[in-house]
Design a protein around this ligand. Structure first.
Ligand code: FCX
Length: 435
């Protein structure tokens, strides 16, 4: 067994014992009260899940195993000559619960490199889809095609002992994370670059190799990919992609089945697809206003038009956050360092100066501040990745790190089949009337 796997097992055994005690001594303690409104309105604010990998504070933003995004940028190992954290290091942190050393990250990088082979039938499955298919659909189809490789599903069919679930889930997780960049790059090159594919470069780290296979050799783009893959990886357990992966996994579906399900949720415009919607919205605003960086008044008028058409302003608002998303701030800092004069970046900043007050004045929007999706498109466009329908696939490759580390914990802690109670409105009416 590899030392990282052994370390994970030791950590999981330790927490497993603590959780057993917690359940024995405090199992009947109330965690929450639930209102009728919460049941109807997306279960907001109900504590009903355990996710070890990260925790979200409404005002401060996400912390991965206690580390904020600025702290990750400072403490996680970097590529030689690079300034951004390596996503392999974040995966290690989420899985093990401790910051990795440079050597841990190098080990993980080479393990992922060795496991990255994608069987031909996966490419055939992608090729079978019309070229017009949305890249996120191609992505989930490809992940489903990869499910033939699940060692968890095979071991289950062979009669595996429940004590071993964690071990096979761990193997599936590493294999899937290793393969996703190749799959995503294949989709990109097939759809947008006439099927001229680029072979992996085994000397590069996971994110830089992904950038290379997409066809971008610029060091700035590689740095952006490292940062992008870190900040999109996890956002505690209740968001649609993480919750879906966890839910489907609770039926003992393997990592491929569970992750593909999560990706179908990420493909929704209120979740991961918002990054494509943001750039579409900004580009059409620029076109309508005749180019250049619009004034505050022009942006305000455009926002009001969007709202009057019954649409949301993409990239703004959040179900839990109540301040500017630190993932937005991290991208803003990257832009200030690498591309401060970029016109689209300056539009993103001008929108940031204008939109929050307008949304606040509506009186109903709980969080008028930008989320992660408000900035990413402008950065990608700067380096030439103009095909914005592909952006959510990048989000998906990154999200694998968090939701799959979490799935390993689910099986290691032997978490139960998820099955909350539902009621009818008829039941709710009688309940509300006290009957
Ligand atoms: N523009 C216009 N109206 C907005 C809004 C926005 N950006 N954000 C919220 N509102 C509206 C809601 O539509 C709702 O209106 P209604 O009462 O008429 O239905 C009202 O304000 C209250 O919603 P609120 O409680 O603040 O927000 P929710 O928790 O229901 O929804 C999301 C949160 C993120 C879905 C919402 O803010 C939104 O639609 N934002 C735009 C899409 C987006 O950027 N999504 C990405 C989120 C995230 F970062 C990610 O998952 O990637």
């Amino acid at each position: 067994m590899s030392y990282i796997k052994e370390k994970f097992k030791a950590k999981a055994d330790e927490l497993g014992t603590e959780v057993k005690d917690l359940l024995k001594n405090h199992g009947t303690k109330k965690v929450d009260d639930v209102t009728v409104a919460q049941v109807y309105q997306g279960m907001r604010g109900i504590t009903g899940l355990v996710t070890e990998t990260s925790l979200l504070d409404a005002n401060e933003g996400i912390r991965f195993r206690g580390y904020s995004i600025p702290e990750l940028r400072e403490h996680l190992p970097k590529a030689p000559g690079g300034a951004e954290p390596l996503p392999e290091g974040l995966f290690y942190l989420m899985l093990i619960g401790e910051l990795p050393t440079e050597a841990d990250v190098q080990t993980l990088s080479s393990v992922l490199g060795r496991r990255s082979h994608v069987p031909n039938h996966v490419f055939d499955a992608i090729e079978a889809l019309p070229i017009s298919t949305h890249p996120m659909t191609m992505f989930t189809v490809a992940v489903m095609a990869l499910q033939t490789e699940s060692v968890f599903a095979k071991a289950y069919a062979d009669g595996m002992n429940k004590k071993d679930y964690w071990s096979y889930m761990y193997e599936d997780t590493l294999n899937l994370i290793a393969r996703l960049p190749r799959v995503a790059a294949y989709i990109y090159r097939r759809k947008y670059k006439n099927g001229q594919h680029i072979q992996p470069d085994g000397m590069l780290d996971w994110a830089a190799n992904f950038a290379h296979m997409l066809g971008y050799s610029d060091e700035g783009f590689k740095e952006l990919m490292r940062l992008y893959m870190v900040i999109h990886a996890d956002h505690e357990g209740g968001n649609v992609s993480a919750h879906t992966t966890h839910l489907v996994g609770s039926a003992l579906s393997d990592a491929y089945l569970s992750f593909a399900a999560g990706m179908n949720g990420l493909a929704g415009p209120l979740h991961g697809l918002a990054n494509q919607e943001v750039i579409k919205w900004i580009l059409s605003m620029r076109e309508e206003l005749g180019g250049g960086v619009p004034t505050k008044e022009q942006i305000a008028a455009y926002v009001k038009k969007t709202l009057s058409e019954g649409k949301v302003v993409p990239g703004y608002g959040h179900a839990v956050l109540r301040k500017t998303d630190p993932r937005f701030t991290a991208q803003m800092e990257f832009a200030k360092k690498h591309l401060p004069e970029d016109e689209l970046v300056r539009i993103v900043w001008a929108v940031y100066d204008t939109v929050p007050t307008i949304l606040q004045d509506l009186g109903k929007v709980k969080n008028p501040w930008p989320n992660v999706d408000a900035h990413s498109g402008a950065l990608l466009l700067h380096y030439g990745l103009v095909e914005y329908e592909f952006y959510t696939v990048l989000f998906g490759v990154s999200r694998a790190l968090g939701v799959l580390a979490s799935l390993c914990w689910d099986r290691a802690l032997n978490l139960s089949l998820e099955r909350p109670k539902s009621v009818t409105s008829e039941w709710m009416k009688l309940f509300a009337e006290g009957k």
